[in-house]
Design a protein around this ligand. Structure first.
Ligand code: NAD
Length: 483
């Protein structure tokens, strides 16, 4: 399957090409072969995208929210209508199994468009009584926003940023990851088909320097990044120069704590979901699985049993449960972490090798007897590698779970409801689950604390990150001036 789009960029409602931009080779992770070639955005493309966004945004902001919402709702319907072909392209671009991309990636994007379409008309200000005078507030759009995407959920990320941005009357210039640049272009076409005026959602391609040029442009009011902590630091600093609003959705090393009284099958299933879905390339994964000593052996035995039968293979095959990693670089990084874990004394329970398949595959891997000082307990691996750590007491588990600079997510498995809430209250993480893991419905805010991020996507909370308050004081009597 060749996935060459009509052109590299989508600007002002149409495809745009500038072959002067450096070439981006797009690989299909399942074969390791090139499936498309794009060009990075040149300064002329970046300027056209920002100029058209700025021009289109003013009229868009003047529309009634219900009218903006109607267009987004139509886009959600179109995504569902084109579901199979969108999923196939996402699978080609990312290597994720089609059984995932059909139910998780674009469907979650459609949910975001539908949710914010419905939410937009409900956003109102407040009136503030001040004796005979009063004040009122208006929630206004920010203007031109920039979205920078990671490669692991390319289309979902584009939708999660576009939906609240557009619903609140902003324009968005989106730069997908150079590793997975195809899905965002599909979203641009779909939004136009749904009736979005040209210029409000532009897609420009490029590596970090294209992102940096966008972030630093004076026309930009807000930057929303989904990416790693090192990139987050750079983008945050650049945005600070212009005192721009930011949302930072960054990396994690999240704890999943399994107490002795947990439902074994559910806890094992959640640990697998939270480490092996999307071949482990999920920011909120529970990659430090703390298992209480009483349940440890049963947990590891069941985990090994269930992990051994995960079906790896061609991600286009509906029976495939795990595809390859996204790139050769990611494959090298993950296999490097596996070797380091072995060298540092972690006990390999299953996996640990690269299966004999074309493409960048790594077998689902579980290490037991992992200690807090080991590299796989400290650094984000972003591959199908689970670290199981032992613990004895609740206090110990909480202290060790929090001993990280990350704070994206956390999970607890126990049948004791007071303990569940007590432990969650003590965990330093932005997104938590009790007896569940990695479910991120659009209705609930999602995001991290500590180095894992600033701001929230999804839920009503996202509205605040794509709008600002204007306060209007209304004087009802003569001005009382001392002069
Ligand atoms: P990355 O940080 O390498 O890149 C993210 C985006 O930033 C890309 O579009 C990239 O081109 C751009 N970029 C890189 N350098 C830049 C610069 N100097 N200026 C402006 N833009 C720049 O991340 P990645 O490797 O694509 O994705 C994996 C990371 O994303 C992981 O750390 C993962 O945890 C994180 N992630 C977080 C979330 C979340 O919601 N918290 C979701 C998905 C992924």
């Amino acid at each position: 399957m060749r996935a060459q789009p009509q052109a590299s960029h989508f600007v002002n409602g149409d495809w745009m090409e500038d072959e002067a931009g450096a070439v981006i080779e797009v690989y299909s992770p399942a074969t390791g072969r090139i499936c498309a070639e794009l060009h990075e955005a040149t300064p002329a493309v970046i300027d056209a995208a920002l100029a058209s966004a700025q021009a289109a945004q003013r009229d868009w902001a003047r529309l009634r929210p219900v009218e903006r919402g109607r267009i987004l709702r139509r886009a959600a319907d179109l995504i569902r209508e084109y579901g199979d072909s969108l999923a196939a392209l996402e699978t080609l671009d990312t290597g994720k199994p089609i059984q995932e991309t059909r139910v998780a990636d674009w469907p979650s994007g459609a949910d975001a468009l539908e949710y914010f379409a419905g939410l937009a008309p409900t956003v109102t200000g407040e009136t503030v009584p001040l004796g005979q005078d009063f004040a009122y507030t208006l929630r206004e759009p920010l203007g031109v926003c920039v979205g920078l995407g990671a490669w692991n959920y390319p289309s979902q990320i584009a939708c999660w940023k576009a939906a609240p941005a557009l619903a609140m009357g902003n324009a968005l210039v989106f730069k997908p990851s150079e590793v997975t640049p195809l899905g965002a272009l599909q979203l641009a076409e779909i939004l136009i088909e749904a009736g979005l005026p040209p210029g409000l959602f532009n897609v420009v391609q490029g590596r970090g320097q294209v992102g940096a040029a966008l972030v630093q442009d004076p026309r930009v009011a807000k930057v929303s990044l989904t990416g790693s902590v090192p990139t987050g630091r750079k983008v945050y600093a650049m945005a600070a120069e212009g005192v721009r609003h930011v949302t930072m959705e960054l990396g994690g090393k999240s704890p999943l704590i399994v107490f002795d009284d947990a439902d074994l099958e559910s806890a094992v299933g959640a640990a697998m979901l939270g480490n092996f879905y999307s071949a482990g390339q999920v920011c909120s994964n529970g990659t430090r699985v703390f298992v209480q000593s009483g349940i440890k052996e049963a947990f590891l035995a069941r985990l090994a049993e269930r992990s051994a039968v995960i079906v790896l293979g061609d991600p286009m095959d509906p029976d495939t449960q795990m595809g390859p990693l996204v790139s050769a670089a990611q494959h090298a990084k993950v296999t490097g972490y596996i070797e380091t874990a072995k060298a540092e004394g972690a006990r390999l329970v299953c996996g640990g090798d690269a299966p004999d398949l074309e493409g960048w595959f790594v077998a689902p891997t579980v290490f037991a007897d992992v200690t807090d000082d080991m590299t796989i307990a400290q650094e984000e691996v972003f591959g199908p590698v689970m670290a199981v750590l032992d613990f004895e007491t609740e206090d110990e588990a909480v202290t060790r779970a929090n001993a990280t600079q990350f704070g994206l997510a956390a999970g607890v498995f126990t049948r004791d409801i007071t303990r569940a809430h007590r432990v969650i209250a003590a965990l330093e993480a932005g997104t938590c689950w009790i007896n569940a893991y990695n479910l991120t419905p659009v209705e609930a805010p999602f995001g991290g604390s500590k180095l894992s991020g600033v701001g929230r996507e999804n839920g009503r909370a996202a509205i605040e990150h794509y709008s600002q308050i204007k306060t209007v004081y209304v004087g009802m009597g003569p001005v009382d001036s001392p002069y």
